[in-house]
Design a protein around this ligand. Structure first.
Ligand SMILES: Nc1nc2c(ncn2[C@@H]2O[C@H](COP(=O)(O)OP(=O)(O)OP(=O)(O)O)[C@@H](O)[C@H]2O)c(=O)[nH]1
Ligand SMILES: [Mg+2]
Length: 505
C-alpha cells in the first residue's frame, strides 16, 4: 500500500458530458430498437434474403454499443493529478529573471560566475532534451547501483558489499515506455560520517524530476533528516525499503507501516518495498559427490517501485518540469552566493593588505609629532569605507568616523605595549640604528591596521553589524594573536617600503 493523496476538485463538466453520453447512447439504442422493430418486420418480409445481408447488420449494432461505452469510460476517467507544492515562493520565470539580474550585478563587480552559468546552461540543455530525470539517492551500500542493474542489466554497474563503490554521478538512459526517455542517475552513497562533504551529491537530487531514496530498513536519525530535506524540495519522492530478502513478511510489514506513519501527512511521498539485487551462497553437489560453494544472484523484485514510478510519470509534466527548474535555480543561487562570498573574501584580504602597507608607509613618512595619527585616521576611515562598499553594506561618514574613534580609544590603551613589542622585534633586525624610531610606529600601525581590517571584514562576512562591540572585541583579540610572527612580517614590510622609497629618491 502506498501513500498518494489525491485531492481532485469535482469536475462538474466531466459529469455533464457523461450524462449527455448516457442520454445520447440511450437515444441511439432506442432508435436502434425502433430500427430493429422496423427491421424485424422487414426481416419477416425478407426471410428469404441471403445471410451476407444479416451479418453486417448485427456487427453494426455491436460496434455502435461498444464505441459508445468506451467513450463514456474515457470521459469519466480522472485526469492526472496536479502536483501539490508546499512552498514555491516565486514562479520559475520570475526566479530566472531575478537570478539573471543577480549574475549581471555580480559580474560587474568582478565575481567569477562561471559555475552559475554552467548550472543554468545544464538546465537549458535538459529543458530541450525533455528527458525525465530520476535520482537514486541514499546511504552507501543501500543498493542504488544494484537497482540500475535490475532495470538495465546490460549496464553492468559495479556493485560491492563494501561501501563507497560509486564515486561519481552517472547517468543511464532507460526506455521504460515507448516515447518516454528516462535518465536514471546513480549517485554516490552518503557517507554519514558527518565529515564528508556530501553537498554535491545532494544537489543532484534538486536537479531531478523524481527522487528514489533507498534504505535498508527502519531509518536512522540522519536518514530521517535527509528525507525531510528531500520533502522540502517538493518533488515526487519514493522511499524504497531495499533488501527485503533479509526480512520476514511480518518484519517488513512493520517497517513499512512505521515509515508510512512518519510521512503520513506528506503529499507526493510513497513508501515501497524492493529487492534490487543481492547474492546467496548455495552448495552445489556434483555427481561424484564433490561439493562446491557457489554464489547465486538473487532475482530483483521491482514491481512495487515500478507501479509507484508510473504513478509519478503520469503527473502533469509541466508541473514536474517547473519543479525541476526551481531546483536548478536554487542551486544556481547557492553557487552565486558562494562565488560572491569567495570573491569578497579575496578582495577584502587584498584591501586589508593594501591599507596595512599604506599605514606602514604613512608611519615611516611622518615627520612632525602627531601627523602619523592624522594619516592613520584618514586611512582607517577609507579602509572601513572600502570594506563596507565591497559587502554592499551602507555606512555613513558619521558611522565610520565614530567607529574609528572608538577603535582608536581601544588602541590607545594597548599602543605602548605594541610599541614596546615592536621595539623588541626590531632589535633583531640589522641596521635598525640607522633608520630611526619611525620604524616602531610603522610596525605597530601595520599590526593595528591588519587587525582592524580583519575584524571588520569578518563581521561583514558573518553579516553582523560591523560597528558592534563584538567587532571591537575581535579587533583586540586579532591584535594580540600571533603577535611575534606578525610583527616580524610587518618589520620586513617596513624595510621593503623604506628601501623602495630610498631607491626612488
Ligand atoms: N541481500 C540483498 N543484498 C542486496 C540487495 N541489493 C543490493 N544488495 C547488496 O548490497 C551491496 C551494495 O550494493 P550496491 O548496489 O553497490 O549499493 P550502492 O548503494 O550502489 O553502494 P555505494 O555505491 O557504495 O553507495 C552489494 O553487496 C549488493 O549485492 C538486495 O535486494 N538484497
Ligand atoms: Mg553504487
Amino acid at each position: 500500500m502506498s501513500i498518494i493523496k489525491t485531492s481532485l476538485p469535482p469536475n462538474i463538466l466531466r459529469y455533464i458530458i457523461g450524462l449527455l453520453i448516457i442520454i445520447g447512447t440511450g437515444l441511439l439504442l432506442f432508435f436502434i430498437l425502433l430500427f430493429t422493430e422496423t427491421a424485424l418486420s422487414v426481416w419477416e418480409k425478407l426471410q428469404n434474403y441471403p445471410v451476407w445481408l444479416i451479418i453486417p447488420y448485427i456487427i453494426g449494432i455491436t460496434l455502435i454499443a461498444f464505441l459508445g461505452s468506451r467513450l463514456l469510460l474515457r470521459t469519466l476517467k480522472p485526469t492526472p493529478q496536479k502536483i501539490q507544492t508546499h512552498t514555491i515562493d516565486q514562479a520559475p520565470e520570475q526566479r530566472q529573471q531575478h537570478i539573471a539580474e543577480k549574475i549581471q550585478q555580480a559580474q560587474s563587480k568582478g565575481v567569477d560566475t562561471q559555475a552559475v552559468e554552467v548550472e543554468l546552461q545544464t538546465l537549458v540543455t535538459r529543458q530541450k532534451d525533455k528527458e525525465i530525470y530520476i535520482s537514486l539517492f541514499g546511504s552507501i551500500s543501500s543498493g542504488k547501483s544494484s537497482l540500475i542493474n535490475a532495470f538495465l542489466p546490460e549496464s553492468k554497474v559495479s556493485v560491492d558489499p563494501r561501501g563507497g563503490t560509486t564515486s561519481e554521478i552517472t547517468y543511464y538512459q532507460w526506455q521504460q515506455k515507448v516515447g518516454e526517455q528516462i535518465i536514471l542517475t546513480d549517485l554516490p552513497g552518503l557517507q554519514q560520517t558527518g565529515q564528508q562533504d556530501d553537498d554535491w551529491i545532494k544537489q543532484e537530487t534538486q536537479r531531478a524530476h523524481i527522487v528514489i531514496y533507498l534504505c535498508e530498513g527502519d531509518l536512522t536519525r540522519d536518514q530521517y533528516n535527509e528525507i525531510q530535506s528531500l520533502i522540502a524540495l517538493n518533488k515526487p519522492l519514493i522511499v524504497a525499503i531495499n533488501k527485503i530478502d533479509l526480512y520476514s513478511m511480518n518484519e517488513l510489514q512493520m517497517i513499512k507501516q512505521r515509515l508510512m506513519e512518519y510521512f503520513s501527512d506528506i503529499k507526493l511521498l510513497q513508501v515501497v518495498t524492493l529487492q534490487s539485487g543481492g547474492t546467496r551462497e548455495v552448495t552445489k553437489v556434483y555427481p561424484d559427490g564433490r561439493e562446491e560453494l557457489v554464489i547465486r544472484q538473487l532475482k530483483p523484485q521491482t514491481k512495487e517501485l515500478e507501479v509507484a514510478l508510473n504513478q509519478y510519470l503520469e503527473l502533469n509534466r509541466q508541473q514536474l518540469d517547473e519543479n525541476r527548474d526551481t531546483g536548478f535555480y536554487h542551486i544556481a543561487e547557492q553557487k552565486l552566493t558562494s562565488a560572491t562570498d569567495q570573491f569578497r573574501q579575496q578582495k577584502a584580504q587584498a584591501i586589508v593588505q593594501a591599507y596595512t602597507k599604506k599605514a606602514i608607509a604613512g608611519a615611516l613618512a611622518a615627520i612632525t609629532p602627531g601627523s602619523d595619527i592624522l594619516i592613520q585616521g584618514y586611512l582607517g576611515f577609507h579602509l572601513v569605507k572600502e570594506l563596507c562598499q565591497l559587502y554592499d553594506v551602507p555606512a555613513t561618514e558619521m558611522d565610520i568616523k565614530k567607529f574609528i574613534e572608538l577603535a582608536s580609544k581601544h588602541v590607545g590603551k594597548t599602543l605602548p605595549m605594541i610599541l614596546a613589542f615592536a621595539g623588541n622585534i626590531l632589535k633583531a633586525f640589522p641596521g635598525i640604528g640607522t633608520v630611526g624610531g619611525s620604524f616602531f610606529h610603522a610596525v605597530a600601525y601595520g599590526l593595528i591596521f591588519e587587525s582592524l581590517g580583519k575584524s571588520v571584514a569578518s563581521a561583514l562576512t558573518e553579516q553582523q553589524s560591523w560597528q558592534s562591540t563584538p567587532t571591537m572585541q575581535r579587533f583586540e583579540e586579532n591584535l594580540s594573536e600571533n603577535m611575534e610572527s606578525r610583527a616580524q612580517q610587518m618589520a620586513r614590510l617596513a624595510f621593503d617600503i623604506f628601501a623602495q622609497k630610498s631607491n626612488n629618491k
